[in-house]
Structure formats: structure tokens, C-alpha cells
Design a protein around this ligand. Structure first.
Ligand code: IPM
Ligand code: MN
Length: 356
């Protein structure tokens, strides 16, 4: 149900091809809002590598307060060739995920019709699952340090932090999501309980506890290494996966390639609480070498815009975009790879608008 809040969207194009794909996402979002009679407001923010190199600031003073007034953020891409790796990722992407407590990283893995998967003999019916990745804990908290740095005796410690509250809210959300998705109604916990006998024991026990509240949802468990194997061998088995931050990062790149690559894979960083700010993004990077060439694939960002609408309560508009994407991948695009789509970035956006 649409919330009584008006749809307000902060658009952060970011680096490289980010602004180009964000523009197509907003083009499609604007078109569907017109068709559905949805009013919205949007504002662009120029945060990213260019601004950082100019001003030394990633998120300038007051930016978090201003972004907090937006329930939805559409993010293009983060990563600039002249900025050392990690600075923008930590200073912007992870900073926003953590600041807004976006504890769900939702990554649908859906092979659209007409899209090629590297799995021989597999089609859209086989590859259609969702990964719910915890998004605020684990090795991402930046807990650790060095001892005797730069010496032969150097010690580096990087701690994985797991809390009962953190895993419980994610697991509970995943159960709710599995129930609502209503497909196979199977939730698979992916962890490594045979080795991570503290942190993943907490996840395992919490999963068992929460499962009692969802007798209609079938539960299942995979060690993360086995999950990678099954995902390639029997992708049709999966319905919804819930997993930790680090493992979720890794398995969603594998899953992303099964669904046709980074040109189509979208994700949402969701704070499901009332008044929360959620952020939606294509999973691919900033692809600097394609910047400004009108060759990058905007489908992932358009799918991210659809996720944004769904989270904001506009399910019908969201479905309408997904259906239009299906038409365009199924009947128009030659490939999902940059430069080989048979169309330019803007033309793919136009085709989705037409298909709406
Ligand atoms: C992702 C990315 C990020 C992550 C990086 C850029 C920090 O790989 O969104 O999956 O590790 O979460
Ligand atoms: Mn990743």
C-alpha cells in the first residue's frame, strides 16, 4: 500500500557511467508515474569521485541530514579511477548503508527472457530466486587494527561482528519476504557453521528460533561453499536465501552472472522501519572506460527503480516496469553487454518507456 508519505527520491548519479544509468532509471520511473498517476519529487546530488577530488569531501556537512528527508535514494555507481580503492566505497556507499541502518540488502536473481546465462540449457524458469543479505554487520563494520604495522612482525586483525538483534531482524524480514513472495516458500540459510562456530552459531540458533513463527515456510541450510556449487548445478532449487554480509557480497556476484551479468543485476539497501531511508542501485560498478559513450546497459538501474517503487508501496507501477523490461530484453536487445546491446544506453531507456 502506498504510504501517505509522498514519493521523494534523491538521485545520486555518482561516478563513471553512474549518472548515465541513473538518468535512464529516472526516465522510466517518471514515465510509469505519469501513467499510474503517481506524484513524486526528485533532487539530484553530485556526490562522488569528481566532487571529492575538487573539494576533499565525500558526503559534505549537512548531506546526511538532507538525505534523511528522502525515503528513497537512487544511486548510479561509486568508484573513480583517480581515487584510491576503498575511499569512495567506504565514504559513500558503506557510509550511507550504515548511517541509514539499511539492514537488508535485497538482491533478486531473475533471468529475464532473451537474456543469456552462462549455465547451459537453463532458462528463466530455472533462475528466479532472491538473496537477502544482511547489510550492517560482519566484516563490514571496520572493527580491527594493526600491530607493528610495516614490520616483519606485523599483525592485522579484522573482526566479524554479529549481534542477536542484527541477525534476528534480517532473518525475520527474510521469513516475511518468503511468505509474501509465495513461490516455493522455502528459505535457505547460507553460512559456515562448521567453521565459524561462534558467529554463525548465533545465526543458526536465531534462524531456528524465528522459524517457529513461520510454520508455513520450509527451512533449509547450505554451507556457503556448497551453496556456490548448488547455485550453478541446481539454481531452480532456490527460492529465498538469507545470509551474512560478506557471504552475501560474494554469492550475489556469482548469482549476478547467472542472471546475465552486471548489466541486469539490481539491488536494494532497505531500512524497512517506518520513516527509514532506503537506497537502490545497479550491482555493477562505475565502468570508467565506458563513461559518456552511451553504451552502458541501464537495465539494472531501471530494475533498481522498480524495486524503489515497490519498497515505497507502488507495487503495480513496479510490476509494470519489470514487465516492460521483460519485453525489451525478450524482443529487442541483442545482448546485455555494454556496447553490444544493439542500442545505446538512452535508446534502451526509451524502449522500456515505450513498452510500459
Ligand atoms: C556490493 C559492492 C560493495 C560491497 C563494495 C563496493 C563496498 O561489492 O555492493 O556488493 O562489498 O558491499
Ligand atoms: Mn559486491
Amino acid at each position: 500500500m502506498p504510504t501517505n508519505q509522498k514519493l521523494r527520491i534523491a538521485v545520486i548519479g555518482g561516478d563513471g557511467t553512474g549518472p548515465e544509468v541513473a538518468a535512464e532509471g529516472m526516465k522510466v520511473l517518471d514515465a510509469v508515474c505519469r501513467l499510474e498517476g503517481i506524484e513524486y519529487e526528485s533532487k539530484e546530488f553530485d556526490y562522488g569521485g569528481e566532487r571529492y577530488l575538487r573539494t576533499g569531501e565525500i558526503l559534505p556537512p549537512g548531506s546526511l541530514e538532507e538525505l534523511a528527508t528522502y525515503p528513497s535514494i537512487l544511486l548510479g555507481a561509486v568508484g573513480h579511477p583517480d581515487v584510491a580503492p576503498g575511499i569512495l566505497e567506504k565514504g559513500m556507499l558503506l557510509a550511507l548503508r550504515f548511517h541509514f541502518d539499511q539492514y537488508i540488502n535485497l538482491r533478486p536473481v531473475k533471468l529475464y527472457p532473451g537474456v543469456e546465462t552462462p549455465l547451459a540449457g537453463r532458462g528463466p524458469d530455472d533462475i528466479d530466486f532472491v538473496v537477502v543479505r544482511e547489510n550492517t554487520e560482519d566484516m563490514y563494520t571496520g572493527t580491527g587494527g594493526f600491530m607493528k604495522k610495516g614490520t616483519p612482525d606485523e599483525v592485522a586483525i579484522q573482526t566479524a561482528v554479529y549481534t542477536r538483534k542484527g541477525c534476528e531482524r534480517c532473518i525475520r524480514w527474510a521469513f516475511d519476504y518468503t511468505r509474501k513472495r509465495n513461490k516455493r516458500k522455502r528459505l535457505t540459510l547460507v553460512a559456515k557453521t562448521n567453521v565459524l562456530t561462534y558467529g554463525h552459531d548465533l545465526w543458526w540458533r536465531t534462524f531456528q528460533d524465528v522459524a517457529k513463527e513461520y510454520p508455513d515456510v520450509e527451512t533449509d541450510y547450505n554451507h556457503v561453499d556448497a551453496c556456490c556449487m548448488w547455485m550453478v548445478k541446481n539454481p531452480e532449487f532456490f527460492d529465498v536465501i538469507v545470509t551474512t554480509n560478506m557471504f552475501g557480497d560474494i554469492i550475489t556476484d556469482l548469482a549476478g552472472i547467472l542472471q546475465g551479468g552486471m548489466g541486469v543485476a539490481a539491488g536494494g539497501n532497505i531500512n524497512p522501519e517506518p520513516g527509514g531511508t532506503s537506497m537502490f542501485e545497479p550491482m555493477g560498478g562505475s565502468a570508467p572506460k565506458y563513461t559518456g559513450k552511451n553504451v552502458i546497459n541501464p537495465i539494472a538501474t531501471i530494475a533498481a527503480a522498480a524495486m524503489l517503487l515497490e519498497q515505497a508501496g507502488y507495487e503495480k507501477a513496479s510490476q509494470r516496469i519489470i514487465k516492460a523490461i521483460t519485453t525489451v530484453t525478450g524482443t529487442k536487445m541483442k545482448s546485455q553487454a555494454a556496447g553490444r546491446m544493439g542500442y545505446g544506453t538512452r535508446e534502451v531507456g526509451d524502449l522500456v518507456v515505450e513498452a510500459l
